[in-house]
Design a protein around this ligand. Structure first.
Ligand SMILES: Cc1ncc(COP(=O)(O)O)c(C=O)c1O
Length: 407
């Protein structure tokens, strides 16, 4: 059925089909709806897909970030951060890349980004690390790209940082032979419906050590002992407590449901193909812009960093500084012509009013790279299915003609 009101080119195309629906129906009919065997199976499948040792599923990417940082500050973790410790985070990120840092009593230190990659600026990070006592880094891999990771990992080693990779926008991007999200202590992913794969809502935390895996499982679910690898020992040490209700640490309830995992098990089988389509769509869009008769370099396309095979989350661009543009009118006109756009994540997070009354360290500003992205950056959808040449031609034509009209 054609929806006359649907945009010609939405930000997201629907990535599921009848198989996901059937798997969800089977799950509903099975009677096991809360977290159970499908979640376990999805965790194992996901871990092996990305090459992680352990994976713990949660109900969103935001919960994944909260869980990872909560594990980092937990006093029972051998190496943990303490209240007031500082954690670097890029100025272009999502709100819940930053909020959990503060929710766990730590101080986010905002670091500028490089508008050519949309990701954290290595020179800016170096300055911050030389100037301040920073103990951790939440590296947000923005829109499927990343920074110069060889240099970043060297800084992490030199400064003994704990590294959390917020990979919510970059599932499938590889650096050398590794999936993003598997390079640090923790990697987090989102399966919100617009992301590389979806469980409707959902998220995952990957980790490297059995101790962290135990910690994540404990904090995910009330702080109880049920999923601990040393469950028998814990129960033996507490013989007077009902072993089903033995609480050994703090905790939340961030559990996913079985239908989310059922959905994910189907989606992950198609992740490779969907990502191949995204990569190809982005490459073909870029080529079509540059081949269009109206093209004179009025858009700048972010570049992938060294040794990275990016799986773009969207098709991002910066309108060149020579093009004087009323950004709001431009995006409204594009939408009126059927092309949805959005800022690069949320633009410069340092401008958000929430930060004014929160303990965030903005002293490393001004964030000129983030401001450039804020003022001139946009993205359109990359889509998980192949775009036809005709659709690409129409899209490119509309964008360039609309741009001409607004200059
Ligand atoms: C970088 C980043 N981190 C975290 C999240 C949060 O994920 P979720 O929407 O699944 O809570 C998002 C969401 O888009 C994101 O882009």
């Amino acid at each position: 059925m054609i929806d006359a009101h649907a945009p010609l080119f939405p930000l997201v195309d629907s990535s599921y089909d009848n198989q996901e629906i059937i798997r969800c129906m089977e799950t509903l009919l099975s009677g096991q709806l809360t977290m159970g065997p499908r979640v376990k199976q999805f965790e194992e499948t996901f871990a092996s897909k990305v090459g992680a040792r352990y994976a713990v599923m949660v109900n969103s990417g935001s919960s994944a970030n909260l869980l990872a940082i909560s594990a980092l500050v937990n006093p029972l973790r051998k190496v943990h951060l303490s209240p007031g410790d500082r954690v670097a985070v890029p100025a272009v990120c999502w709100s819940t890349s930053i909020w959990p840092i503060m929710q766990c009593g730590l101080i986010p230190v905002i670091v500028d980004v490089d508008p050519r990659t949309l990701n954290i600026s290595i020179p800016a990070l170096r300055v911050v690390l030389d100037r301040q006592q920073v103990r951790g880094l939440v590296m947000v891999h923005v829109l499927g790209n990343s920074t110069e990771l060889g240099q970043l990992l060297q800084l992490v080693r030199e400064h003994g940082l704990i590294l959390v990779e917020d990979t919510c926008e970059s599932l499938g991007t590889t650096w050398r032979d590794s999936y993003l999200g598997t390079l640090g202590d923790f990697g987090t992913y989102s399966f919100y419906f617009s992301h590389h794969m979806t469980t409707i809502e959902g998220g995952m935390v990957v980790s490297r050590s059995p101790e962290d895996d135990d910690m994540l499982r404990c904090l995910r679910t009330h702080g109880w002992s049920r999923e601990q690898s040393n469950r028998d020992q814990l129960e033996g040490e507490n013989p007077t407590i009902d072993p089903r209700f033995l609480f050994i640490n703090l905790g939340y309830n961030l559990r996913p449901m079985e239908i989310q995992a059922a959905f994910g098990l189907e989606q992950i089988r198609r992740l490779h193909d969907m990502n191949a389509h995204r990569r190809s769509n982005v490459a073909r869009l870029g080529a079509a812009f540059e081949a269009h008769p109206l093209w004179h370099g009025q858009l700048e396309f972010p570049r992938a960093t060294s040794d990275l095979d990016p799986c773009w989350f969207g098709f991002p661009f910066l309108v060149s500084p020579e093009t004087r543009l009323d950004y709001r009118r431009f995006t409204r006109s594009l939408l009126a012509r059927g092309i949805d756009t959005r800022p690069v994540v949320s633009g410069n997070m340092a401008l958000q009013p929430a930060l004014r009354h929160l303990p965030v360290d903005l002293s490393e500003g001004p964030f000129t790279g983030a401001q450039t992205i804020h003022d001139r950056g946009l993205f359109i959808g990359a889509h998980s299915k192949p775009l036809t040449d005709e659709r690409i031609a129409i899209l490119v034509d509309i964008v360039l003609r609309t741009l001409e009209e607004h200059c």
